[in-house]
Design a protein around this ligand. Structure first.
Ligand SMILES: NC(=O)c1ccc[n+]([C@@H]2O[C@H](COP(=O)([O-])OP(=O)(O)OC[C@H]3O[C@@H](n4cnc5c(N)ncnc54)[C@H](O)[C@@H]3O)[C@@H](O)[C@H]2O)c1
Length: 281
């Protein structure tokens, strides 16, 4: 894959939350390659260090800055201070509110423990709200005429699953609704808000949870017209478009990247389609 871009984000300052994970890492790579300065936020110090080391191996030179901060998105104070930190860079242009969890104890309406419901909603919904709130304050402070906010939802916000993860599903529905409303409120400020709806992916969030349970895996794979899970880089390419000025007329959108999953009735048979390689491999 190319290590030089076309400067699609040249001069933009971006924050990515959950930046050390599957989608976050691939997005950081693409943002840097396209000329952005990136502040990577993640709760895991170890994962952030590994991600930064991998990025300097993959992209030894880039025109933008690259920094990391350990931030738990459920702490409004930490989110606020990370966003304010970018004032020294000239102010925030793009925030990708991407950190999220799907807890192993999440279940149906009866089984889901209340503390798991609260934890999931604190990270997946409140964390996104804090990111939006402080991004808006920053856009105001720095007098931005254009800016982009991308919030990670999921296809489970659009289609129902009989393998229930109720807290997760409800949290992603909240992200869709919140993002749509913010898009309407700020449309004439030039600040675009879009949701990202990835299908199940080949990242640790899902794959660790599926483990070697063949039946659990098969029940999901069969829903894909492509016969395979998505790759994180395929989602990151969509985020790049939403972050860039190329998507200047795209707002309030549920940006679905799902290999056709939400359009499918009966899926084809045969071997799966070819998948691209992630930058992280
Ligand atoms: N993987 C999938 O199948 C899939 C499908 C649809 C949507 N999503 C969503 O995409 C987003 C990213 O998922 P991924 O697949 O890259 O997962 P991942 O587990 O690889 O990465 C998530 C990252 O978020 C970080 N994180 C967790 N809690 C945090 C917190 N409180 N504060 C800051 N960082 C925190 C983790 O340390 C991790 O690095 C999530 O919102 C997830 O719900 C994933």
């Amino acid at each position: 894959m190319a290590t030089t871009g076309s400067a699609r984000l040249q001069g933009k300052n971006a924050i990515i939350t959950g930046a050390a994970g599957g989608i976050g890492f691939e997005t950081t790579y693409l943002f840097l390659r396209e000329g952005a300065s990136v502040l990577m936020l993640d709760i895991s110090e170890k994962a952030l260090q590994a991600a930064k080391a991998k990025l300097s191996e993959l992209l030894p030179t880039h025109s933008g800055k690259l920094e990391t901060q350990i931030v738990d998105v459920t702490s409004e104070k930490s989110v606020a201070s990370a966003v304010e930190y970018l004032d020294a860079w000239g102010g925030l242009d793009v925030i990708f509110n991407n950190a999220g969890i799907m807890h192993a104890k999440d279940g149906d309406a009866v089984d889901t423990p209340e503390d798991i419901w609260d934890l999931t909603h604190n990270i997946n919904v409140k964390g996104v709200w804090y990111g939006c709130r402080h991004a808006i304050l920053s856009f105001k402070r720095n007098k931005r005429k254009t800016a982009s906010v991308i919030n990670t939802a999921s296809v489970v916000a659009l289609v129902g699953s009989a393998t229930a993860q109720l807290a997760y599903t409800a949290s992603k529905g909240a992200v869709l609704a919140m993002t749509r409303e913010l898009a309407m409120v700020h449309a004439r400020d030039g600040w675009r808000f879009n949701s990202l709806c990835p299908a199940p992916l080949n990242t640790p969030l899902l794959q660790d949870w599926l483990g070697d349970d063949v039946e659990k895996r098969r029940r999901r794979e069969i829903q894909f017209p492509t016969g395979r899970f998505g790759e994180a880089v395929e989602i990151a390419q969509g985020v790049l478009f939403l972050a860039s000025d190329e998507s200047s007329f795209v707002l309030g959108h549920d940006f679905v990247i799902d290999g056709g999953m939400t359009k499918a009735y009966i899926t084809a048979e045969g071997p799966p389609s070819a998948a691209p390689k992630n930058f992280a491999q």
